[in-house]
Each structure stands twice: as structure tokens, then as C-alpha cells.
Design a protein around this ligand. Structure first.
Ligand SMILES: Nc1ncnc2c1ncn2[C@@H]1O[C@H](COP(=O)(O)OP(=O)(O)OP(=O)(O)O)[C@@H](O)[C@H]1O
Ligand SMILES: [Mg+2]
Length: 342
């Protein structure tokens, strides 16, 4: 205050980004799943992978952080505040890596959405601005899973108590993996479950319809073929895929900035905005019209298809959403459509 000593500017304690993340290049084959992972990363969409044991679902999910762009300063601050509250900030150092939380399926509701004696933030808030990975999805307690529906829709987790109410931010990207049935191989060529068709239907029913409805990308991950394992073709590294993801995210951010919308990814955009920014070209419009009618798309389904198609066009660097983008977006709701047809 007297001006006798000038304090030096504090320098931020940033943890250097470790580049020892597992790389996408190590995954053999599974081109569809890799494409879906790239789309999910580019637009912040939720993703569900279903397939037999050992196909590489957990392996793929754990490689998502390596293709996501780093946190921006504002996001970094939010993430750090939450980890600090939860007592998880390792010696005060910040990191610009996006959070990747993978709670075990025995997690309680308090552990997942927050609570306990001091109303601490749960996994869904610790994954804010990052990824919540739920491996073996149907093994979670169905009630615990359903408690995720509200945070997934509103982007915040509210913990209500008799005398107070706490809300933590929880804008997450949900990645889930599951086997198609209890024994794990339903739908594989030549396999017949011992318990018949009930095996798959009972197992899948543990995940509620409304939760599934919030997942834009649902893909099957079949067992990796012998040819892919023994004579693998060169596959892309995380750096190459990450560059495309970063470019698609930049396009989205600039678009939302110019529109004055506070979203940063297509997945977060409100429905009214999505209808204007993802308006298809005439060919696409006709296609969407036919598809929506014959597939009986719900209103939420319709908007989710548009969001996904917008991300696909952004990955292609195109301004307008075309027929090809809509067709691919619809294909990722395949299981949904098969159920309706049945
Ligand atoms: N596509 C693949 N390319 C290379 N290695 C693979 C692939 N798929 C599986 N593996 C190998 O198999 C191991 C198990 O894979 P992973 O844990 O991802 O299977 P999963 O699909 O999650 O199975 P589960 O349904 O039992 O959880 C991996 O650690 C890896 O060594
Ligand atoms: Mg697994």
C-alpha cells in the first residue's frame, strides 16, 4: 500500500497436460464405433454402445478424452470450483483436461447426483463440461439411473433438503456401454441364449425408455473380426481425429456466438435455435418429411435428429444440412426404429 514493494503477478498453477492418454489408433477395426465416437465428441452428443464382451466398448470410451478439445478458461474455472468443493483438487493445481468420470455400477444416488451430510457434488457434477462414462449400464440400480434424467435435461443437479436447496452445474456428455443381454452374446450369429428371448428383453428393460430417449447415438459394437486383429489396417491416431473435432467445435462456437446463444455445442442448443440453424436443403426437407412420417418420430426425436445432422454437416464443413446428413443421423436411432416397427 505504501508503494515500497511491488508484488509480482501470481502465475496460474497449471498441471501440464499429460500426453500419455490412451490413443484411438490402438483400437483395431470398429470403424463404425470410431465414427460414432468422433461425432459424439464433435457435437457433445450422448452415446450408447451395445455389444458382446471383449468387443472393445470400454476401450473405445476410455479413448474419448484423447480426442476432446481442452477446457476453455471459463470452463476450467467452473470445473475447478466443483472439484475444490468435493475436496478433489490435488494440491491446488488446475488442469485443462476435460473431466472423465467413470463411477462403478454399485454407485448410490448420492454418489451419482450429489448429497450426503454436506450435500457434496456427485459424479454428474464432477463430470461437468466433460464426460460421465457409465460402463455396464443395466447393472446400475434403475432408480439411480433415472435420477440422471433431470440433470441430463437441465444441465444442473438439484439437491433438496428440508431447510435448504443446493444446485450444482452438471452439463455433461453421457457415454454408456452395455452387453445386449445377461449372458452377453444375444444377436451374435449362431448364439442362442439359454433363457431364450427373455434374456435380452429383461436385461435391456433395466434401462428406462426416457433415459434412452436422451441418448442421440445408439450403436451396436459387434465382436472384432479375426482379420482386423491379425492383419490390422493402419488406423487414425487420436491427434488426427481430435483435429477434426476441434474444427467442428470451433464452427459451432462461432455460430452460437454470432446468434447470441449461450450454448457451445449442438447438443446443448435449444430446440428453437436448432430449427433455424439445422434447416435442411430442399432435398433434405423432403427426405425428413417422409422419414418423420413413416417412422413416427416424436418431437424430441425430431429435434435430436436435427441436432445430430447439424453436427455431421459441421464435421463436413458445410453450411446447410443435406439429405446425407439426415440419413446418417437417423441411422443412429436404429434400435429405436426397429422397436417401433415391431
Ligand atoms: N477392437 C479392438 N482392438 C484391439 N484390442 C481390443 C479390441 N477390442 C477388445 N480388445 C482387447 O480386449 C480387451 C477388452 O476389451 P474391452 O474391455 O474394451 O471390452 P468390452 O467390450 O468393454 O467388454 P465387456 O462387455 O466385457 O465390458 C481390451 O483391453 C483389449 O486388449
Ligand atoms: Mg467393458
Amino acid at each position: 500500500f505504501k508503494g515500497t514493494q511491488v508484488l509480482s503477478r501470481p502465475s496460474p498453477k497449471l498441471q501440464g497436460t499429460p500426453n500419455n492418454l490412451p490413443d484411438l489408433g490402438e483400437v483395431r477395426g470398429q470403424e463404425t464405433a470410431k465414427r460414432a465416437l468422433e461425432i459424439a465428441a464433435a457435437g457433445g452428443h450422448n452415446l450408447l454402445m451395445s455389444g458382446p464382451p471383449g468387443a472393445g466398448k470400454s476401450m473405445l470410451a476410455s479413448r474419448l478424452p484423447s480426442i476432446l478439445p481442452p477446457l476453455r478458461p471459463r470452463e476450467l474455472l467452473e470445473v475447478s470450483m466443483i472439484s475444490s468443493l468435493a475436496g478433489e483438487l490435488a494440491d491446488g493445481r488446475l488442469t485443462d483436461r476435460r473431466p472423465f468420470r467413470a463411477p462403478h455400477h454399485s454407485a448410490s444416488m448420492a454418489a451419482l447426483v450429489g448429497g450426503g451430510i454436506k450435500a457434496k457434488p456427485g459424479e454428474v457434477s464432477l463430470a461437468h463440461n466433460g464426460v460421465l462414462f457409465l460402463d455396464e449400464l443395466p447393472e446400475f440400480n434403475p432408480q439411480v439411473l433415472d435420477s440422471l434424467r433431470q440433470p441430463l435435461e437441465s444441465g444442473e443437479a438439484v439437491i433438496a433438503r428440508a431447510n435448504h436447496r443446493v444446485s450444482y452445474p452438471a452439463r455433461i456428455q453421457l457415454i454408456a456401454a452395455m452387453n445386449p443381454c445377461r449372458c452377453g452374446y444375444a444377436g451374435e450369429p449362431g448364439h442362442q441364449c439359454r433363457r431364450g428371448a427373455r434374456c435380452a428383453s429383461e436385461y435391456q428393460a433395466r434401462v428406462s425408455g426416457p433415459l434412452l430417449d436422451r441418448i442421440d447415438l445408439r450403436i451396436d459394437v459387434p465382436a472384432v473380426t479375426a482379420a482386423d486383429l491379425i492383419t490390422p489396417t493402419a488406423s487414425e491416431t487420436s491427434a488426427a481425429v481430435g483435429a477434426r473435432v476441434a474444427e467442428a467445435r470451433r464452427i459451432q462456437r462461432e455460430r452460437f456466438l454470432s446468434l447470441g446463444v449461450s450454448a457451445s455445442t449442438n447438443a446443448e442448443a435449444p430446440a428453437s435455435v436448432i430449427e433455424t440453424i439445422a434447416a435442411p436443403d430442399p432435398g433434405g426437407l423432403q427426405f425428413l418429411h417422409d422419414a418423420a412420417k413413416s417412422l413416427a418420430l416424436s418431437a424430441r426425436g425430431y429435434h435430436r435428429v436435427l441436432k445430430l445432422a447439424r453436427t455431421l454437416a459441421d464435421l463436413d464443413g458445410l453450411d446447410t444440412v443435406g439429405r446425407i446428413h439426415l440419413a446418417e443421423a437417423l441411422s443412429y436411432r436404429g434400435q429405436d426404429l426397429a422397436r417401433q416397427a415391431a
